[in-house]
Design a protein around this ligand. Structure first.
Ligand SMILES: NC(=O)C1=CN([C@@H]2O[C@H](COP(=O)(O)OP(=O)(O)OC[C@H]3O[C@@H](n4cnc5c(N)ncnc54)[C@H](OP(=O)(O)O)[C@@H]3O)[C@@H](O)[C@H]2O)C=CC1
Ligand SMILES: Nc1nc(=O)c2c([nH]1)NC[C@@H]1CN(c3ccc(C(=O)N[C@@H](CCC(=O)O)C(=O)O)cc3)C=[N+]21
Length: 301
């Protein structure tokens, strides 16, 4: 096993979380208690596992977390009321609405209702727009985690050809925006791409976010490519359920310079960056409040 080729997402996430824990301790010292509200609608088993992991991680670093579970027949209006309450609550700094929502709900409307400065997922159009302009805004956690791993693995990303497979709002599109910001040349592939495989073979860096178990094998990869596998697919393996990525790990390994495993790659990074965003949101809200009250004092005296 070529251990040196493995990009260890668990270890990298632990490093990010250590920094977050120190930042939280500093905020505690200023009497600020960063807090994250997690909203889970319905009872999708995978979502329940993710939400539990997020809450555990928050506790470990000293972030207060509040879980809101709503039944699967909740209306969009009912969800908007809860989001409105959390937006107005000064003790809540981050709001995460776990996706996917049940089919009857209007996902876009709900995401747009979250106050942009509490949008720790970076899905609000104001943050999406800010990212595409290259501004420092709350940025989606999974692509941020991928970029961190790439910077650690490749060092300088400038001028590299990155191919992103997938164009979702959660992963593919913000990933492309971040890579562009890092001066990569970026190609985005999707289900309508002609000869995706041949395009992918030109990549120095491959980010697979497709949601198809082991789709990408060695025939998609240029020798020496760096591969980040975002996919989380549960498959039946001889009667036992297990997680695999969008990349056929065993086929890819001999061809690549480095690759993330699944599990233990991008997943832990997503959660670490959610915590980082929550702390950033708490700090920004505290500063905004302070300058607001300073402005008020100024106008009074
Ligand atoms: N590790 C983590 O932290 C996270 C992991 N994930 C995982 O990442 C994967 C992707 O998630 P997400 O982006 O939400 O998925 P979506 O289903 O929203 O998007 C999948 C994308 O892949 C494209 N696609 C599908 N088939 C092909 C194909 N044969 N060739 C090229 N492109 C194709 C689709 O194209 P089109 O647009 O044309 O339909 C679409 O853009 C999933 O396995 C998910 O579980 C997601 C979030 C976080
Ligand atoms: N609003 C919203 N924001 C999200 O960021 C979001 C979401 N909704 N919906 C679902 C996807 C998926 N996602 C994952 C997070 C962590 C792991 C993770 O920690 N995975 C572990 C394994 C976990 C296991 O064993 O099941 C690993 O890869 O090592 C996986 C997937 C965040 N998502």
């Amino acid at each position: 096993m070529s251990a040196h080729k493995l990009i260890d997402g668990k270890a990298a996430a632990a490093r990010v979380l250590l920094q977050v824990r120190e930042d939280v301790a500093r905020l505690h010292g200023q009497a600020i208690q960063p807090a994250l509200a997690v909203i889970l609608v319905g009872s999708d088993p995978a979502s329940q596992v993710y939400v539990r992991n997020k809450i555990l991680r928050a506790e470990e670093v000293g972030i207060r977390s509040v879980e809101h579970r709503l039944p699967s027949d909740t209306s969009t209006e009912q969800l908007l009321i809860l989001i409105g309450q959390l937006n107005a609550d000064p003790a809540i700094h981050g709001i995460l609405l776990q996706l996917p929502l049940p089919a009857q709900m209007d996902e876009l409307r709900a995401l747009e209702a979250i106050a942009p400065d509490k949008d720790v997922d970076g899905f609000h159009s104001q943050n999406v727009g800010g990212l595409s302009q290259g501004r420092a805004v709350l940025t989606p956690c999974t692509p941020s985690g991928c970029l961190y791993l790439l910077e650690q693995t490749c060092g300088d990303l400038r001028g590299k050809h990155a191919v992103v497979i997938g164009r979702s709002n959660i992963v593919g599109k913000p990933m492309a925006a971040l890579l562009l910001k890092a001066d990569c040349s970026v190609t985005v592939l999707h289900s309508r791409s002609h000869d995706a495989q041949a395009l992918c073979r030109q990549a120095d860096i491959v980010i697979a976010a497709v949601g198809r178990a082991r789709l990408i094998d060695a025939s998609w990869l240029k020798p020496g490519a760096v591969v980040i596998d975002v996919g989380i697919n549960r498959i039946d393996d001889d009667g036992r359920s297990r997680l695999v990525g969008d990349v056929d790990f065993d086929s890819a390994l001999p061809h690549v310079a480095a690759i993330t495993p699944v599990p233990g790659g991008v997943g832990p990074m997503t959660i670490a960056f959610l915590m980082k965003n929550t702390v950033a949101a708490a700090l920004a809200q505290h500063h905004a409040l302070r300058s607001q009250s300073e402005a008020v004092c100024h106008s009074i005296y």
